[in-house]
Design a protein around this ligand. Structure first.
Ligand SMILES: CC(C)(COP(=O)(O)OP(=O)(O)OC[C@H]1O[C@@H](n2cnc3c(N)ncnc32)[C@H](O)[C@@H]1O)[C@@H](O)C(=O)NCCC(=O)NCCS
Ligand SMILES: Nc1ncnc2c1ncn2[C@@H]1O[C@H](COP(=O)(O)OP(=O)(O)OP(=O)(O)O)[C@@H](O)[C@H]1O
Length: 200
């Protein structure tokens, strides 16, 4: 089974690219969704986060869950706190990924995608056969991200400062998908890539 790592900086178009792979019937492991599930009601990260960051867990309909806004406030601008959060969350995400891969192998899949925003930051590229980086001009990225509710210049600067820079991601990529042009061009590039890998 071949593994494609899909990554890119904030707002570069990862989720949109992941949707294109799914349309081509390639199963996608979504690391962000795994984090949400782990922090949601009944999630395995809830108890350790409650212990490490008091006041960031609330009682909800389905049980105790992480209040992500409170957690963001607790870690934003505090690198040591963010590292502590990552030490809790990342191993659990790896676990979820292993289960996804095992299930895909059992089904006899030939190709899967790992959609991981922090693929390079966590050394994940080593377990991928190919790495796809989604990219767009910095001005397009800024424009996309700043129109999201609750996003500020300061938050964006901070997040970008914690991510491997786009130009380095591009340098380390096996394939680039440009998302600053049109949706169609990006979708076509992904279709070509899947055909090539399936044929190989
Ligand atoms: C800090 C948290 C609670 C903030 O949640 P919130 O819903 O406000 O933001 P969201 O998760 O959508 O992140 C916004 C952007 O920040 C970036 N980002 C998130 N965590 C990190 C990180 N540890 N390092 C660098 N960038 C990050 C993401 O690329 C994303 O584009 C949340 O991001 C979190 O739990 N992060 C720790 C887990 C992690 O490392 N996730 C990254 C994806 S695996
Ligand atoms: N190929 C494309 N052409 C035009 N617009 C695009 C393209 N891909 C993505 N976009 C737009 O860019 C924005 C960000 O896309 P998306 O949510 O896929 O990014 P992301 O990398 O998953 O973001 P994050 O890192 O914050 O999770 C969205 O508004 C989306 O509609």
């Amino acid at each position: 089974m071949k593994l494609i790592g899909l990554t890119g900086g904030i707002g570069m178009g990862k989720s949109t690219a992941a949707a294109s792979f799914r349309r081509l019937h390639v199963p996608v492991f979504d690391a962000d969704a795994a984090v949400h599930a782990l922090q949601g009601p009944g999630g395995r990260a809830v108890a350790p986060i409650a212990a490490a960051f008091p006041g960031t867990v609330t009682e909800g309909p389905g049980g105790r869950r992480v209040d992500r806004e409170a957690l963001r406030r607790a870690v934003l601008g505090h690198p040591e706190a963010l590292r502590r959060l990552e030490r809790i969350v990342h191993p659990l995400v790896r676990d979820a990924e292993r289960r996804f891969l095992a299930a895909a192998r059992r089904r006899g899949e030939r190709l899967v995608v790992l959609d991981i925003p922090l693929l390079f930051e966590t050394g994940g590229e080593g377990r991928c056969d190919r790495v796809v980086v989604v990219t767009a001009p910095a001005a397009v990225q800024r424009h996309r991200v700043l129109r999201r509710p609750g996003m500020t210049e300061e938050r964006l600067r901070y997040i970008l400062g914690r991510q491997v820079p786009d130009r380095e991601k591009r340098r380390r990529a096996d394939h680039l998908v440009h998302t600053g042009l049109s949706r169609h061009a990006a979708q076509r590039a992904i279709r070509r890539l899947v055909r090539e890998i399936r044929g190989a």
